[in-house]
Structure formats: structure tokens, C-alpha cells
Ligand binder design. Sequence first.
Ligand code: GCO
Length: 446
Amino acid sequence: MLYGEFPQGFLWSTATAAYQIEGGWRADGKGLSIWDKFAHTPLKVFEDDNGDIACDSYNKIDEDVAVLKQLRVNHYRFSISWTRVLPDGTTNYINEAGFSYYDRLVNALLAENIQPHITLYHWDLPQALQNVGGWENETTVERFKDYADLVFSRLGDRVKLWITINEPYNVAMVGHGYGVAAPGISFRPGTLPYIVGHNLIKAHAEAWHLYNDKYRAKQNGMVSITINSDWSEPRNPYKQEDIDAARRVIQVSQDPLCSTRHRPFCFETLSGVSLCSSTLGTYDYFGFNHYTTVLAYPLNYGNLQGAGTVVDRTWLDSGSGWLKVTPFGLRRILNFIKKEYGNPTIIITENGVSERGPIDLKDYHRSYFYEKYINQVLKAHLLDNVDVRGYTAWSLMDNLEWATGFAERFGLFYVNRSDPNVPRVAKESVSLYSTIINCNGQAPKC
Ligand code: GCO
């Protein structure tokens, strides 16, 4: 353990996403999203769970703000449901009732000195846009830009931190390659995930430029995208092919925005169009989600160089098969980003751990996770001079973990979904995380 503190003003946050928590799937004129459709299709989500009610956050602004207060965070990352404000995805019709929810939420947060950090797109594309091709269709880029324009204009007077798109890599690959997330397209031969990735990055860049040109001078906020990135080590550290493969694993998720260098196996090269001129530098901070580490080895797809991954069997498990508890990876990836991308300002926009099985409020494994991972961030800051300005715990409360339904629980708070009158209940880790925040570094020595 390293003892010390983060700088004054360090951003302490926790995150959620609209489809995972809001419920109210048809409330007050909300339109349907691809996740509404996907989750209502039998066998797509574990036990056919869905987000119809989820944590009922649509009706629980006060409860949500109360638990955020209890946690002592100074920021809260949440997403806007596109179809709640624009039911058919276009600005032809604006659903004021939907807007009112976000308006009230933002005001309630600010009243408690909690700054909103808004994600515009956390995977719930309007079904009406999917019906005309979704992210495969370039016109969705324009629709996203119109949507972003509207939200900036309505909320940007009070919201200063924005994320355009959450995890483009997963949207492209998981939704349009493996098909285990909405819209659930799988095994279509060709380059669909790359076209989707290309359009997502373009949508992001358009929104960033729009903000830059039209809103920045007045609103003075920061806009970025959030990229998910595991740390990756060579399976055999003495083999050059494994070292190269480990690097490719990171590059494929991080590269499109940050580098003009030609690199194989990245969205822009595979979709055959260079995005560099419009995307380069379109981030005011480096937003990234991080959970785990993998060990890489080379795996080629035709004449494309790719990578396969395995894990070390000695690493601690979590409630998610893909998530091994590997705190060391966080410091290493922070250093990688510093070196690779010219010492950007970094905000960790997600980091957390899950459990499954019977409910146990004594989630010591989560306290362990946060204590160790956050200490690695502290080391990166104090010992390595990484410009890391914020840390976001995923997630505020147990919620719909996409295709694994409610079975994998990432929450700091437990949500009793069978009785909506029971308030959210703090798990043991809440006291650890709030103490770390209170000490602006680590618990319990402050
Ligand atoms: C993601 C999303 C979150 C997840 C979290 C845990 O990374 O998949 O941003 O919505 O719930 O990462 O898997």
C-alpha cells in the first residue's frame, strides 16, 4: 500500500447507464430502443430478465441522490436514454416529459454539489433507427449529432462533463459480431463490426466538433468518448510474437482516436477509410473503462494479424467469467496511456467488480477490489506522474448486467427488486469507498 492523497478537486464518482437502471420502458411517451427489443426476445438475456422496471430509477430520483450523498461522491456518471427524449430517434418530435426527468435529476444532483457526468450513448439505440440499418447506416451519425446538439443545448448550462459513446469496441463487436448484445447481429459474413465501429467513431467526432464550435465558448465543458481497455501482457514475456500480440489487444480498443500511425487490425484501416483527420484529438480528456488483465498470444484472421487471450489461473475470480481481479494492470495501463498518447488527462470512467449467487451485503471482495485498484491509481499519480484526474466506481447499485441479466451484480448498493418500497441498501463496500473518498486517497489512514 502506498500512503498519500490525490490532488484537490480529484473527481470521485460512480456510474450507471439508463437501460440498466431506469425502468419506465414505456413511461410518458418513451420510444423503444434496441435493448427493449433484444431483452423481450426469448433466450437473449439470462432468465429472460429485462430492463422494464430495473432499479426503477425513473421514479426514484430522490432515492438515487440520497445514496450518492451517502457515498460522498462529487460526481455521478449516468446516461441519457435517447428514446426517452427523442422517441423515434429524430428531432421531429421532442418528448418533453422525458427531458423533464433528466432536468430534475441534474438539478437534484447539483443541489447536493454532485456534478453530473453524462453519457449520451450507452448502447440503447432507438429501434426506429435500427429499422433503417442502425449504426451500419451512415445517416445514424447525423441523427446522433442532432440528438447531441439537443442535449447540449438543454443541459449544457449545468452539465460540464460529457461522454459521447460508451465503449465503441463492444457496441461494434459484441452487438454486431458475436451478437450477444443488442441489436444481436451475429456471424454475418463481411465487415459489419468495422463499419459500425467506423460510424460510431465518426458520430463521436461529429459531436465533439459540434460542441467545440457551437457550445464550448459559452458552456466551457469537456467532451470525450469512453474506451474500454483491458491491460494485456504477453503470454510468454520472452516471445516477441506474444509481446506484439499483447500490444495489438490494447491498440484495437484504444487507437482510432489517438493515433495517426498506420496500425493493422483497427477500425479505421479495416473499414478502408481513414478517419484520422476528423477524429484526431477529439477528446478533452481520455475517458476509459478498465476492469481486468489478459495474457495475449498471436492469432491471425486470414492475412490480418490479431490476438488470442488467456488468463493466469492464479488470478482471483469475480462473479463475471471475463473479470479476474488484477489490480497491477490498472497502474500499468495508466502508464501505457501516458506514454503512448502524450500524457493526456485521464478520467477512469468505470472500474468495479461483480458477484453472483445469494445476496450477501458483506461484500468484502468488493472492498478488497476497490482498495487495491484505487491504490494502483494513487501510485500512478504519485510515483509515475500520470495525469489521472478522476475515478469512477461501477456501479452505484445492482442493475441489469446486459445479457447476463440481474445475475451478475456490480453494485455498491443492493436493490430489492421484488419490493419497490424497500430503499436501496448499502453493502459493506460503501463504507470503504466513502472513506477512501473522504481521505482523498486511501482508507483507513487519514
Ligand atoms: C460495460 C458497460 C457497463 C457494464 C460494466 C460491467 O462496460 O459493459 O459500460 O454497462 O455493466 O462494464 O460489465
